[in-house]
Design a protein around this ligand. Sequence first.
Ligand code: DGY
Length: 325
Amino acid sequence: MKPKVLVTSELPGTALEKLQKVADVHVHTDTVDLTKEQLIELLRDKDALVSLLVNEIDQIVLDAAPNLKIIANYAVGFNNIDIEAATARNVLVTNTPDVLTEATADLAWALLLGIARRIPESDQFLRDGKFEGWKPNLLLGRSVYGKTLGIIGMGRIGEAVTERAKGFNMNVLYYNRRQLPPEKEQKLNARYVNLEELLCSSDYISLHAPLTDDSYHLIGKRELDLMKPSSYIINTSRGPLINEAELTEALKNNKIAGAGLDVYEREPALEPMLTRLKNVVLAPHVGSATIETRVEMANLAIENVIAVLQGERPITPINPKVVKN
Ligand code: DGY
């Protein structure tokens, strides 16, 4: 009998066809996400799960799936999964690192340039038929070239954003749980500082830290107050890193110059006021959303599932200790 797999969404590319050759696959094709109750029901007899970041996998879900061997999360972040509970139940968890690094770094830069140069406002201005010709003061933004970029969380994506800053001749500061080795700092041309110095000195701040108990609301009123009124904040990591209500207040009162957001504290809901502000560019969590990247993410997630179903080590385990058991 073939192993049984639940995939909580359709995936781009042909990875699912590959999986269907070796497993009995149930794909949730409805665009409305599975409720927790539905997820529990569908998982009862499954050996593997391919989940999205919107699927919360906690102890209750895990307890309802006694045959589960692997959860392949279709994302690099895995804050939607209780890793400790999965490990305790001998369930491997995998994610999709590396393949989405460059696409996400590109989006951080798209938001940075978009807000600095007021691209959405300019687009709307033209569509509204307001363009009457070149004017010295028309839609002035702020320069990026030669400015200071502050990176919070210097992991793979933080590094890729920093590499791109070389083309803009930027001075790069970074704050991370650990300081990087000197050779790495030299290669990136980035200087390690504490969070306060980064907030006070940067013209552009980009967040690339995972969501953990420590990073929840890392940026709140105190931190926003430390930022310069001419500076911008970009978030392509996880919404709850920023206190969204406080950010909205800071933007509304022009305490900071602007923000570029791809992620939100209570997705898919936004602070209602955000959509009325001009000094913020908003994207609907599309950091990794290129065709090439999403296909690679699907391939990696499915390869992880197939490896585990065949008794092999997955490519990108989060809790590899389970493998040794
Ligand atoms: C991730 O991978 O964690 C993103 O948020 C979705 O690509």
